[in-house]
Write a protein that binds this ligand. Structure first.
Ligand code: ADP
Ligand code: MG
Length: 621
């Protein structure tokens, strides 16, 4: 993988020209904003000195409520109180398979809207409302015009989810400088780029356990820039699951078969409180159902072991993905509120055989890194070097036989541009369908379709003569545009991939896992498909040739050719690759003979009417 150093030339500024930019962590459970002030990145507080804005909006037909003020309406007016809107970003209604209490409007393939008292609200609009709160906070605190913002997104976010985030920020009136992967932001916050010896490559692991999600990433710092080597995670694994595990334990302890909705809400709150207190104390007391229950750290660790084990499995897989061993990891960084738990820190220390970095507040570390990057991007940085992220899944095109030709492999550093030449399959073909797909499998049907467009106006040529250059370009935000050009005529076509919905994280995970599991099977299928395409091309060419020159063949020759042609077409209905290969071979022996006869005829034709003198001077025609 090539390393790029992206410099923004001429952008370092004099102190008196200092520009202000902010970094925003738009989280599932909490959001916050940070900025670099007097050379130091700091989180910004609201008027009540609060840093974390719970990602909750309560809609009414008058004044809406945000954050902590919206929280109390979760119990009294849940349908109008939207939480975890990040899970809905960039998804179609059909993609939303998790449970939620909301009434969603819209057709299956569309971005859904939440039905609220204030009217229909899309996830983009709701996120924009949260972002506006943070923007206003920043404007008040910084007393300055904000030049732009860096917004962080999970490394797992696909094109549609990134686009939705960018749309939300723009709707909130922010100038988006860059979408930045959350783990990359965390590494920047710890200054791992500054601390590293430039001469040696260093690898870092970012372990992010938030409220509802888990993400782990391996970053490499090399020659002055970060690259993301690998990412992995779980969409439904976070602090909320730890709370549920505690509730399960409490139920068993109290011999309760089931809980009413109200009881359950009570238990969850008590569990969360106990869990958070345990991060500062050795043991805590929980009061429920007129009873006092004691919970200490070792018991808590036992209760949540199952969740910890799942995160550890993902860590091991991501390390394998990055082709690294434990010794290769310089530091491990903890991110997300749940890593405040001692049990989580211990589990991470055990698996990586080193103490993880957790000196920066784990809820704030991502916003701080985003602020530092934003500050660099508006030109206040000393060195002007920017960071690299990677594509989460491979990007490619559909080729004949429903096969995927991969142009950009997963974990490629972005921005990236890749170009490849394709050609036509049929004589006289004047249009070509470009079908863009995402995924790790060899067959299109196993990948996710991102978009299609048609390149029209290809001048009619013999099959294989047209030169169609297809370019994939992934920009720094991870957004893809694909263009195609027929180089002899210059006709062009292009699309930007901005689908209205995207892959769910679970789908993404599935596509990755399937890619690994089916590698061998895919190789065989690919071989079969390629052989079939070759066979079809032979048959096609033969049909064309017979159309023009069938009279050259004597009865016997025609018989052989027809028989070979029939056998091959019949075999193509099945999948016996060995037989297909030998049938192609047989057909080729006869068709080669035919081709030689045709060649002679056409040379004869070209020569007739031409004087020998002309022929010796010019071999054209
Ligand atoms: P997200 O990135 O998903 O928005 P956060 O990083 O804000 O989430 O993490 C929220 C989670 O962190 C919640 O489950 C919360 O209970 C948990 N959490 C917050 N403080 C503590 C603490 N002191 N000890 C353990 N868990 C905590
Ligand atoms: Mg987070």
């Amino acid at each position: 993988m090539a390393l790029l150093q992206i410099a923004e030339p001429g952008q370092s500024t004099e102190p008196h020209q200092h520009r202000v930019a902010i970094g925003i962590d738009l989280g599932t459970t909490h959001s916050l904003v940070a900025a670099v002030r007097s050379g130091e990145a700091k989180v910004l507080q609201d008027e009540q000195n609060r840093v974390l804005l719970p990602s909750i909006v309560h809609y009414t037909n008058a004044v809406h409520h945000y954050g902590d003020e919206a929280k109390s309406f979760l119990l009294t007016d849940p349908k109008n109180t939207i939480v975890s809107v990040k899970r809905f970003m960039g998804r179609s209604k059909a993609d939303i398979k998790f449970q939620h209490p909301y009434e969603l409007l819209g057709s299956d393939r569309e971005m859904p809207s939440f039905q609220t008292t204030a009217g229909a609200k899309t996830p983009v609009e709701i996120s924009a409302d949260l972002l506006k709160q943070l923007k206003e906070r920043a404007e008040k605190t910084l007393e300055n015009n904000i030049q732009g913002a860096v917004i962080t997104v999970p490394a797992y976010f696909d094109e549609a989810q990134r686009q939705a985030t960018r749309d939300a920020a723009e709707l909130a009136g922010l100038n988006v400088l860059r979408l930045l992967n959350e783990p990359t932001a965390a590494a920047v916050a710890y200054g791992l780029d500054q601390a590293s010896n430039l001469a040696i490559d260093q690898n870092y692991v970012i372990y992010d356990l938030g409220g509802g999600t888990f993400d782990v990433s391996v970053l490499r710092f090399s020659q002055g820039v970060f690259e993301v080597l690998a990412t992995g995670g779980h969409t439904a694994l976070g602090g909320d699951d730890l709370d549920r595990l505690i509730v399960k334990w409490l139920k068993q302890l109290l011999n309760l078969e089931s809980l009413s909705d109200e009881q359950y809400a009570h238990f969850i709150l008590a569990a969360k409180l106990a869990k958070e207190q345990l991060s500062n104390e050795q043991s805590v007391q929980i009061s429920l159902e007129d009873q006092q229950i004691y919970l200490d750290r070792p018991t808590f660790e036992n209760i949540i072991q199952i969740a910890l084990d799942r995160t550890i499995q993902v860590c091991k897989r991501v390390l394998r993905d990055a082709k690294l061993s434990l010794n290769d990891i310089k530091n491990v960084v903890l991110v997300g509120g749940s890593t405040r738990s001692y049990a989580v820190q211990q589990a991470v220390a055990n698996v990586f055989e080193q103490e993880p970095l957790c000196t920066i507040n784990p809820d704030e570390v991502v916003a701080i890194g985003a602020a530092i990057t934003a500050n660099q991007l508006v030109g206040n940085s000393k060195d002007g070097s920017l960071l690299l992220d990677v594509t989460p899944l491979s990007l490619g095109l559909e080729t004949m036989g429903g096969l995927v030709e991969r142009l950009v492999s997963r974990n490629t550093a972005i921005p990236v541009a890749r170009r490849q030449e394709f050609t036509t399959y049929k004589d006289g073909q004047t249009a070509m369908l470009i079908h863009v797909v995402q995924g790790e499998r060899d067959l299109v049907e196993h990948c996710r379709s991102l978009g299609r467009f048609v390149l029209h106006g290809i001048p009619p040529m013999t099959a294989g003569q047209a030169r169609i250059e297809v370019t994939f370009q992934v920009d720094a935000d991870g957004l893809l545009s694909v263009s195609a050009q027929e180089t002899t005529s210059g006709v062009q076509a292009k699309i930007d991939i901005k689908p209205s919905y995207g892959l769910s994280d679970a789908d993404m995970e599935r596509l990755l896992v399937e890619g690994f599991q089916h590698a061998e099977e895919d190789k065989n299928l690919r071989h079969l498909q390629e052989t079939k395409v070759e066979a079809q091309r032979e048959l096609e060419a033969l049909t064309q040739a017979l159309h023009v020159d069938a009279d050259l063949l004597n009865g016997n020759q025609k018989d052989h050719l027809e028989k070979a042609r029939y056998t091959l077409s019949e075999l193509l209905k099945g999948s016996d690759i060995k037989s297909i290969e030998s049938a192609i071979k047989r057909l080729k022996t006869y068709s080669d003979e035919f081709a030689a006869m045709r060649m002679n005829r056409h040379i004869d034709k070209a020569l007739s009417g031409t004087k020998l003198d002309d022929w010796s001077n010019s071999s054209s025609e």
